[in-house]
Ligand binder design. Structure first.
Ligand code: GDP
Ligand code: IMO
Ligand code: MG
Length: 429
């Protein structure tokens, strides 16, 4: 038995949380392996909404082990808050159901301060980050000056590393970013508190995940963000600071790639993105507003309105190829009800030439215009359908068209935010 990875195929917010929650019913362990609380995964169970930023989307199923892996950057303040909120509602009843990697990097107050200040100074060229300190924390990890979860338990080492980092960060904050310096004592006190609250969960999670896969446990790896936000393969520099493709899933969870089995992509039936960067099929008109309203397209993390547009097969086909996807879960099909005709982007035109692959430079992205095919829409409400047969013919044709264009079978169709609002087409997990 190998682990199954769930990957976003667009610019994030494809509905990964909903699908992982659904599949977690049959899992023993659910692992987040990259990113941090830039992610916002929304679960709707029995009409009740839960937004998760750090804890894997298996947490609403009692007894499933939820793991925050080594590849993550963790803001302990947010994690403690999330644990407390879940426990108040009766979830995470046992400590052993949550494991936090001692190798994951800590997001520190200076990471958040730097993220905010830089974005402000970039003005019109801003990336539109979530402001959670993600980029600065990954920078320190790669510079080998990061502080990790396990370091919290070495009082002397932690104090030394923090003092060293603060000298550099305060200089940078004050001299270059025009921000006030941060006081070491405040941070020490605050992080001692987090250490005590997180102590029961901290573990060598890589060893635990490998052991789970080796003994045949059912392990799900939950991706955050999406393929086009990948640091290497996305719309750089309008991306996040981690790798969002399955290659990173193995490393971030601490698994050998051979222990990865099926890879499932999540795609929204249209496209959204939050923040800056290229988005050829964006609808900056009343139809875009309608998708935002009907799809409730507001960031789960920051509340920002999401930019909305037509389904872009160039983007998803790229994600399928890049991630070696076995199957696709298509979400939010219900949101397209009443839009007729629908449009799907087949390819781009760049300088008079047709291209089927996403550009690799900002210069080319800026000149990419979509080549569309129109398809008939439908008027029926889809929320009650539980089999493909119960969908209108036009909706079935839309699914088939997308599947053919992106070259991946559709194994699940989501037609509402609720856990039960799901059509299972093939075996996913
Ligand atoms: P994630 O980041 O990929 O987990 O996605 P988000 O949770 O940020 O955004 C997806 C949003 O769409 C959430 O509000 C979900 O509750 C909602 N959602 C998921 N699937 C469906 C669906 O099939 N139909 C509708 N209408 N909403 C959905
Ligand atoms: P989930 O897991 C959508 C975007 C930000 C910004 C860029 C960089 O919910 O799909 P960062 O704070 O990571 O440095 O921001 O990436 N971004 C997301 N957009 N969904 C997400 O996560 C995102 N995580 C980061 O909006 O454009
Ligand atoms: Mg999200």
């Amino acid at each position: 038995m190998a682990a199954t990875a769930i990957i976003g195929t667009q610019w994030g917010d494809e509905g990964k949380g909903k699908v992982v929650d659904l599949l977690a019913a049959r899992a023993d362990m659910v692992v987040r392996y990259h990113g941090g609380n830039n992610a916002g995964h929304t679960l709707v169970v029995n009409g009740e909404k839960t937004v998760l930023n750090l804890i894997p989307s298996g947490v609403l199923h009692p007894g499933k082990v939820c793991v925050l892996g080594a590849g993550m950057v963790i803001d302990p303040q947010v994690l403690v808050r999330e644990i407390t909120a879940l426990r108040t509602r009766g979830y995470l009843a046992e400590d052993r159901w949550l494991r936090v990697s001692e190798q994951a990097h800590l997001i520190m107050p200076y990471h958040r301060a730097i993220d905010h200040a830089r974005e402000r100074l970039r003005e019109a060229g801003a990336i539109g980050t979530t402001g959670r300190g993600i980029g600065p924390a990954y920078e320190d990890k790669m510079a080998r000056t990061g502080i990790r979860v396990g370091d919290l338990f070495d009082e002397e080492g932690f104090t030394e590393a923090l003092a060293r980092n603060l000298r550099e960060k305060n200089g940078y904050l004050e001299a270059l970013l025009g921000e006030p310096p941060l006081a070491i004592d405040d941070i020490l006190t605050e992080y001692r508190g987090f250490r005590d609250q997180l102590a029961p969960f901290v573990a060598d999670t890589g060893a635990e995940v490998r052991a789970a896969v080796a003994r045949g446990a059912r392990v799900l790896l939950e991706g955050a963000q999406g393929a086009l936000l990948d640091i290497d393969h996305g719309t750089y520099p309008f991306v996040t600071s981690s790798s969002c493709v399955p290659g990173a899933a193995a490393a971030g969870a601490g698994l050998p790639p051979r222990m990865l089995g099926r890879i499932i992509g999540i795609a929204k039936a249209y496209t959204t993105r939050v923040g800056g960067g290229p988005f050829p099929t964006e609808l900056r008109d009343a139809l875009g507003d309608r998708l935002r309203a009907d799809g409730d397209e507001y960031g789960a993390t920051t509340g920002r309105p999401r930019r909305c547009g037509w389904f872009d097969a160039v983007v998803v086909r790229h994600a399928v190829a890049l991630s070696g996807l076995d199957a696709l879960a298509l979400t939010k099909l219900d949101v397209l009800t009443g839009i007729d005709p629908l449009r799907v982007c087949l390819a781009y035109e760049i300088d008079g030439r047709r291209v089927d692959q996403p550009p690799t430079t900002q210069h080319a992205w800026a000149r990419a215009t979509p080549i569309y095919e129109e398809m008939p829409g439908w008027q029926e409400d889809l929320g009650e359908a539980r089999t493909l047969d119960e969908l209108p013919l036009a909706a079935r044709r839309y699914i088939d068209k997308l599947s053919a264009l992106v070259e991946a079978p559709v194994a699940l169709v989501s037609i509402g935010a609720g856990r039960e609002q799901t059509i299972r087409v093939g075996e996913l997990f």
